[in-house]
Design a binder for this molecule. Structure first.
Ligand code: ZN
Length: 373
C-alpha cells in the first residue's frame, strides 16, 4: 500500500472525513462475543495481537467488512496514536534481527524446534503435563517466599545451547558484526531472540512458564504473560564478573544455569518491592543466597530484588527469560498505593492495621472508663 492510500481514511482536509470518523467511532467496551480475525501473517510495525484486540472495539457496522478494510482502518488508528520514535525503533530492530538471521549459520539446527523430551528432565515434563498446583510443588523447593527452584534442562541441552552461543559469538567476532548486548548491565552474552531462537522461547514461555506462573505469580500477571526477552549471560574473570543489585524489566524471570565449571557467582535475593519501595530496607526473612547448579532453574518475580556475586574462577553461563504481561503493565498504571506483592507495602499495611487496632482499644478503654465513673 502506498503512503497516500494509507492516509486517505484520516484525511482531515474535508468535512466528509470528519463525519466518517464520527460514524466509525470505536466502541467504549470491547465486543466480547465477537471472534476477531487472525493477523499473525501481517507484516506490520504493530503486533498481530494488537490488531486482534483492537478489532473487538470496532463499531458493529465494521466487524463484517473485509479483513483488508479492517486492517486499513485499524492501522490508521494505530499510526495516529503510536509515537514516531517508537515505530522507527521497532522497525530498525526488525531489520537488525533479519540481517543476523539471514547471514548466521546455526550450528545445532535441532535447537530451533521444540523437542521437549530431549530438552527437559522427565520430572519437569511430568509436572508440566499434569499442570496442577501439587504437581509443580512436588518438583520444586521455595527457599524464600516467591523464589522457586527446580531441575529443568538435560545436560546435553545445556551443552548444545552453550556451544550454539559460542558459535554465534565466533561469527560476530569474525564478521565484526556489531551486536546489541542483552541489557544495560551485561557487556557479554547474547540475545537469543536475535539469532533465530525467538519462536522456541515463545513456546517455552507459553507452554512451560505461563502454567507455573499462573499458579505462583497470579497477582503480577502470571496468567497473561504475552511477550519475552530471552538471552544468555556469561560470567568469569575475562567476562562480566558480577551483577549489581537490581530488579528485572519483567513480571516473571526464569534463570537457568547452563554450566560450565565455576566458583562463586551466587545469586542473592532481597525481597519483592514495588517502584515506590525499591530502595527500602531488607527484612531478615527476605535474605536468600543461592548457589547455581547447571540444569537447575530459578523462577521469581521480576520485582524480586537480586544480584549476582563475583564468579571468581572458571566460566558461568546462564539462560535468562524475562516474561512480560502487557495487561499487567496497563493495569499497573491505574494502581493505587498498595501492591499485594510488595513486601514493604504489606508491612506498611500491617503497621496501619496494628495502629488502628491499638487506637480502637484505647477508645474502648476510655469509654469504659467514662461509663465506670
Ligand atoms: Zn510497595
Amino acid at each position: 500500500m502506498s503512503l497516500d492510500e494509507h492516509k486517505k481514511p484520516s484525511g482531515n482536509g474535508n468535512g466528509v472525513a470528519l463525519s466518517t470518523q464520527v460514524a466509525h467511532r470505536l466502541r467504549l467496551n470491547p465486543s466480547t462475543d465477537h471472534k476477531p480475525d487472525s493477523y499473525e501473517d501481517l507484516q506490520s510495525d504493530f503486533s498481530p495481537l494488537l490488531f486482534s484486540s483492537l478489532e473487538r472495539y470496532l463499531p458493529p457496522s465494521m466487524l463484517y467488512l473485509s479483513r483488508e478494510a479492517k486492517i486499513q482502518f485499524m492501522r490508521d488508528i494505530l499510526v495516529r496514536y503510536s509515537p514516531e520514535g517508537e515505530r522507527t525503533r521497532i522497525q530498525k530492530h526488525r531489520e537488525y534481527r533479519q540481517k543476523i538471521i539471514s547471514n548466521y549459520q546455526p550450528l545445532h539446527g535441532e535447537l530451533y524446534t521444540m523437542n521437549a523430551v530431549n530438552f527437559f528432565v522427565p520430572s519437569f515434563l511430568k509436572a508440566i503435563n499434569e499442570k496442577t498446583d501439587e504437581s509443580f510443588r512436588s518438583i520444586l523447593v521455595e527457599p524464600t517466599p516467591g523464589v522457586y527452584v527446580f531441575e529443568m534442562f538435560q545436560p546435553s541441552f545445556c551443552e548444545m545451547l552453550m556451544s550454539e552461543v559460542e558459535n554465534f559469538e565466533r561469527w560476530v567476532h569474525d564478521t565484526k558484526f556489531r551486536i546489541m548486548r542483552p541489557n544495560t548491565m551485561n557487556k557479554y552474552g547474547a540475545v537469543l531472540d536475535d539469532f533465530g531462537l525467538e519462536t522456541i522461547l515463545d513456546k517455552l514461555m507459553d507452554e512451560y512458564i505461563r502454567p507455573m506462573s499462573k499458579v505462583f505469580f497470579p497477582e503480577v500477571g502470571g496468567l497473561t504473560l504475552d511477550s519475552h526477552h530471552g538471552f544468555v549471560v556469561e560470567y568469569g574473570v575475562d567476562r562480566d564478573v558480577e551483577l549489581g543489585f537490581h530488579v528485572d524489566d519483567s513480571e516473571v524471570t526464569l534463570n537457568v544455569c547452563l554450566g560450565k565449571q565455576f566458583y562463586g557467582g551466587e545469586l542473592f535475593f532481597r525481597g519483592v518491592r514495588c517502584d515506590k519501595h525499591v530502595n527500602t530496607e531488607t527484612q531478615p526473612e527476605e535474605i536468600l543466597d543461592y548457589v547455581h547448579v547447571p540444569g537447575r532453574a530459578v523462577l521469581h518475580r521480576g520485582r524480586h530484588r537480586h544480584g549476582a556475586r563475583a564468579t571468581t574462577s572458571g566460566h558461568r553461563c546462564n539462560l535468562i527469560l524475562w516474561c512480560r504481561s502487557s495487561v499487567f503493565r496497563e493495569l499497573k498504571k491505574y494502581q493505587k498505593d498498595f501492591s499485594s506483592w510488595c513486601g514493604e507495602c504489606r508491612r506498611e499495611k500491617r503497621e496501619r492495621q496494628r495502629l488502628s487496632i491499638t487506637a480502637t482499644k484505647l477508645e474502648l478503654l476510655k469509654r469504659d472508663g467514662i461509663s465506670a465513673s
